[in-house]
Design a protein around this ligand. Sequence first.
Ligand SMILES: Nc1ncnc2c1ncn2[C@@H]1O[C@H](COP(=O)(O)OP(=O)(O)OP(=O)(O)O)[C@@H](O)[C@H]1O
Ligand SMILES: [Mg+2]
Length: 280
Amino acid sequence: MMKTISILNSKGGVGKSTISVHLGHALALAGKRTLIVDTDMQDNIRIWFSSEQRRTTLFEVLMEGRRPGDAVVNVRERLDIISSGGDSLGAVPFLLNMGFLFSDLSGSDATELKRILHKIGLQWLFDLKNTSPDVLKTSLDSFKNVYDYVLIDCSPSRTILHTIVMVASDYIMVPVSMEWLSVVGSAQVGSAIAEVNEKYDISVDVGFVVPTFFDRRRNRVCQEVMADLAKMYGEKVTNEIRINGRLSEAPSWGKTVFDLKDRRGIEDFEALAKRVMGVE
Ligand SMILES: Nc1ncnc2c1ncn2[C@@H]1O[C@H](COP(=O)(O)OP(=O)(O)OP(=O)(O)O)[C@@H](O)[C@H]1O
Ligand SMILES: [Mg+2]
């Protein structure tokens, strides 16, 4: 059965996109059909794989109701991506909020608002295709016989996009770099999940907490953060992704550590993929 895992932390620069790319490639190399969906306007996933910008991206899928299959680009054997659409995706939180708002209006309120919007040329806001928090989930459901894993890369900004991502997820994976504010970000994700679960009567949960930028030379801070994570998340804490110069160079070459045959990187992400596949 297809599993959807979102990579989320409200702290920026903790390794979300790096994990999306490498866990994706690791799963594909392990024989799993994998799709990476980019929900961040930084467009990092497409750029990492040096792939062309398609006419159909996540933006068109979410806002124009385009077929999700039209947005898929193959980047490696068994590994596909859907790019975010870059800057245009920045408008999505606003548009979704409007859509959700209007779908709740009825009767004379709706008629009146429609009249006013028409007057100022904004009647199209009423015609937005997607006005439900399960807009992403519905799109991804169409892939249930196509992929084993869908990984969703998220932006650090806490917008309504996080809500539609959570509604679409089986599990959330939270990367935590070896800094206190990153631990705080993970706790913020926890409370956001609790809110969304309550509001939409679903039960998505943190499945994996991944220590990133792990550096044995920074012994004290690493030990402190690891102790906090063990206390907060227990068994959910996975193997560490070590600090690795190859991981910061790789995107400029359009390559992953698997392409580069970087032993440390390969070890770390193979271990993470095994953990995810539950065959440790
Ligand atoms: N383990 C690592 N060792 C060394 N560099 C890393 C490691 N993981 C990620 N990086 C580098 O750190 C930077 C930030 O990583 P990344 O883009 O994955 O973070 P992010 O959480 O997706 O950031 P954002 O919140 O902006 O989306 C990138 O330049 C990446 O190449
Ligand atoms: Mg990122």
